[in-house]
Design a protein around this ligand. Structure first.
Ligand code: 13P
Ligand code: SF4
Length: 309
């Protein structure tokens, strides 16, 4: 077993010898974020993956994110420190059931949140993320009915914002559904000067109390530019690392879950550790592997998203 400093040193050396780029999501542990070349939300990470000139992509995030990077870079190795880093939204939308959903609505265009498997992407028309969903939905002709999957909370939020009725898949995120309205009210009474900012994966009764709603990067930008000094953060708490790093004199309070648990941490994201990051780079394994046929089918709806956003 090496010390954290030895792992960090080893990762830096491997990054240079492999000519690798480390891409990390905001929900990763802070020491992983600090080693990354780029930290971002799902859309920014996809864009970085599409434009990188590195020989190897090391993805510190969950499986669907690394899979998207592979789809955009079929000829490059894409490493994920723990292949079991899944996502409840992706798991709650199995391809056979999604195929049936589409067959039941043959005249609908399928806009699917990026938090899904490659197979579900391949069965979709357009992919979106929480930062471009509104823009993409707004581009669909008014007379075309829309299927929105797999997050019903994001779907309901976009429906409200655009005024477009959509048929929603019944899925949700285990992290964003744990936030407690009761505890939020208590926190707001204790800190009347704090504003709630929330990710659109939260339930409607939480979003209704938020002064700002957006993707992880949008939330980060908001706290950086807002004159506010105190924020209740309604998303996975890992993002607070960048919020604290890039602001001064501001306070960030976690929105508590209903149970006394660490349920506002994504257990899938947290499967990636410094040790696993080091080992995957040393061994060039585990890697994302995909059948070329699936990869090609999944690419078209991602390209459509990148063109439309
Ligand atoms: P962002 O695209 O906002 O980073 O969201 C990803 C995610 O998985 C939120 O739970
Ligand atoms: Fe998936 Fe929720 Fe984790 Fe985001 S926070 S990766 S939506 S389980």
């Amino acid at each position: 077993m090496m010390t954290p400093q030895e792992y960090e040193q080893g990762i830096r050396e491997l990054k240079s010898s492999l000519n690798a780029v480390i891409l990390a999501h905001y929900y990763q542990d802070s020491e992983i974020q600090d080693l990354a070349d780029f930290v971002g939300d799902s859309l920014e990470l996809s864009r970085k993956a599409a434009s990188t000139t590195a020989d190897v992509i090391v993805f510190c995030g969950v499986h669907f994110m690394a899979e998207t990077a592979k789809i955009l870079n079929p000829h490059k190795p894409v490493l994920l420190p723990d292949l079991l880093a899944g996502c409840s939204l992706s798991e709650g939308c199995p391809p056979p059931a999604f195929r049936k959903f589409r067959e039941q609505h043959p005249d609908h265009v399928a806009i699917t949140y990026i938090n899904c498997s490659a197979e579900v992407k391949a069965l979709s028309d357009i992919i979106c993320t929480s930062s471009n969903a509104e823009k993409i939905v707004a581009q669909i002709p008014k007379e075309t009915p829309i299927l929105f999957s797999p997050d019903k909370n994001l779907g309901a939020y976009i429906q409200k914002k655009t005024g477009r009725p959509m048929t929603l898949w019944n899925g949700s995120c285990i992290v964003h559904e744990t936030f407690s309205e009761r505890k939020l009210i208590a926190l707001q009474l204790e800190h009347p000067d704090a504003e709630l900012i929330a990710h659109p994966e939260c339930e409607d009764h939480i979003l209704a109390k938020a002064s700002y709603i957006g993707s992880t990067s949008m939330l980060l930008k908001y706290v950086q530019t807002s004159p506010g000094k105190k924020f209740i953060v309604g998303t996975e708490y890992g993002i607070v690392h960048q919020m604290e790093k890039s602001t001064s004199g501001k306070t960030f309070l976690p929105l508590p879950p209903e149970a006394n648990c660490a349920c506002n941490e994504c257990p899938h994201m947290k499967r990636n550790t410094l040790e696993k990051l080091y080992l995957c780079m040393r061994d060039m394994s585990p890697q994302i592997t995909m059948e070329p046929e699936l990869l090609n089918r999944a690419r078209a709806p991602i390209d459509r998203m990148l063109e439309m956003s």
